[in-house]
Write a protein that binds this ligand. Structure first.
Ligand code: IDC
Length: 494
């Protein structure tokens, strides 16, 4: 089956919002036994629509610290099914459901909480489960309806644009990433930092990261799952996953908590595979980043707190400013960067540039405006974007000139035209990537998705299936990019 065109997806999403209900229940009872204190509180809320729902579950450990957990509950109605879960491995037998912790969220100190969720389907009615167990301990007792979840489900809670489908109960277990620990890009390079005009690894040596960008996660969540991310790490041998979270266009602004959660989950998945994760606050229209300043502060406060202890997260604070002056972008950056630094002081932050991150060129300027008026912060880089069939020699010349004075990262580029469609321009793409390799400028290609457009790496419909490795599933652009990315990195190790 081919994916629906995006317009149809949007219509489905809108239809899904009609008649949505928000429901919630909390159950909690500390239970103490002779061996060890155990106990749990579970909050289970849903947004539901005709035939489907999203459940968000918070698990709180009220007992002694645990290093892994299995949550158990029973659907009241046999028509209720888990279809896609995240942040846990789900299994369902009849009405009984178990959700087992992942490697990164199994450890829960006393009074610590973790959030998981899933998308489900229902047939005749959708009452909520009322009893939960955690590692066999029943969490029953005081039942307090939780504060209702937002009443209109966001795109991410509709069946056609779900949060990351990590595991479906019917799916066979997918192989774990095959890059051995110690050989992953993050294991080799560790915490990165800006050194002069380069990005340096833990040995203070310049490196280039090569990877892929997601498409908008509000539309293509089904493309980011264990199999596709394993293929990115192992078959493509990529270094980097850029997580592209649109702010408008049915993105973050419609469901801040849901999209923050979706980004966090993808960062965890990249981390599990030893990949660098770039969090892209994908502003595009409107082009003035100040329009989203408060949203950016809220979002980056949350994600930087969550990932502060990691060494593989890079923050891209605005995708493509356009129609605004460099001084406005700089002002935005100088307000958002301190929010990140307060939680994660050593992370690299990337700032978009004028004219859709063209260093100003697409709006008649050039990089001199930045060189003469740099963002007042350390450990930052500047973004440059290009689409190879549209942006050629004059843009390459400007990048080469700017690269002598500014740390640059090509956080997004396409092998096709700036529309995201059209034919691959192999000659221009090759000229670009040869230059970026020579200058050790990192890049992320738009897109690791099966969108029906020339820039997508996978053929339409690929994300409905389970196989992402090899070349049979690739478009011309995907094939070109996989060949470029999977060549040896040769990261310096001393
Ligand atoms: C495009 C997508 C397209 C989508 C559109 C929505 O490829 O499917 O309909 O966004 O706005 C960018 C942007 C990026 C664009 C991409 C191609 O960062 O969001 O994606 N592009 O047009 N800048 C230059 C090109």
């Amino acid at each position: 089956m081919r994916l629906l065109p995006r317009a149809s997806r949007r219509a489905l999403i809108a239809a899904g919002a009609v008649g949505a209900l928000a429901l919630g229940v909390t159950v909690a009872l500390p239970v103490v036994n002779a061996m060890a204190a155990s106990g749990c509180a579970v909050t289970y809320t849903t947004n539901q629509w005709q035939g489907g729902f999203t459940a968000n579950i918070t698990i709180k450990n009220l007992g002694d610290p645990i290093s892994n957990w299995t949550l158990g509950f029973t659907f009241p109605n046999s028509g209720q099914k888990v279809t896609q879960g995240w942040s846990a491995t789900y299994a369902q037998s009849g009405s009984a459901v178990t959700a087992t912790s992942m490697s990164y969220n199994g450890s829960l100190a006393t009074n610590a909480s973790t959030g998981i969720g899933f998308n489900g389907s229902w047939t005749t009615a959708n009452p909520l489960p009322t009893s939960f167990t955690l590692n066999g301990t029943v969490c029953t007792g005081s039942t307090t309806p939780s504060s209702p979840a937002p009443s209109s489900p966001a795109p991410s809670s509709s069946p056609s644009a779900s949060p990351r489908p990590s595991t479906s109960p019917s799916a066979s277990p997918s192989p774990s990433p095959s890059q051995p620990t110690g050989q992953t890009p993050v294991a080799i390079n560790g915490q990165l930092r800006v050194c002069g005009v380069n990005l340096c690894n833990r040995f203070n040596r310049p490196i280039q990261l090569r990877g892929m960008s997601t498409h908008g996660i509000q539309w293509f969540a089904n493309c980011y799952n264990d199999n596709s991310l394993n293929a990115l790490a192992s078959d493509w041998q990529a270094d980097l996953l850029r997580v592209s979270m649109y702010v408008q266009e049915q993105g973050y602004e419609t469901n801040p908590a849901g999209f923050t959660n979706q980004v966090n989950n993808l960062v965890e998945e990249a981390t599990e595979r030893g990949l660098y994760a770039m969090i892209d606050f994908h502003t595009l229209t409107p082009g003035d980043p100040m329009y989203n300043l408060e949203r950016a502060k809220t979002f980056f406060a949350a994600v930087s707190a969550r990932h502060a202890a990691k060494n593989n997260v890079i923050y891209e604070i605005t995708n493509e400013p356009n129609g605004v002056s460099w001084s406005t972008i700089k002002n935005y950056a100088e307000q958002v960067i301190p929010v990140i630094r307060a939680n994660d002081p050593d992370a690299v932050v990337i700032v978009g540039t004028r004219g859709w991150s063209s260093l100003g060129v697409s709006e008649g300027g050039n990089s001199t405006e930045i060189i003469n008026n740099k963002v007042n912060a350390t450990n930052i880089m500047y973004a440059f974007h290009f689409y190879a069939a549209s942006h050629k020699d004059n843009y390459r010349a400007e990048v080469e000139r700017a690269a002598a004075a500014l740390p640059l990262f090509v956080t997004e580029f396409g092998t096709v035209t700036y529309t995201g469609g059209g034919a691959v321009d192999t000659a221009s793409s090759t000229a670009w990537l040869d230059m970026l390799d020579r200058l050790k400028i990192g890049y992320a290609n738009w897109t690791y998705s099966d969108a029906d457009e020339g820039s997508a790496a996978f053929k339409p419909g690929t994300c409905n299936g389970g196989n992402y490795a090899g070349t049979a599933v690739l478009t011309e652009s995907g094939n070109f990019m996989r060949n470029r990315i999977r060549t040896a990195d040769n990261f310096p190790t001393s």
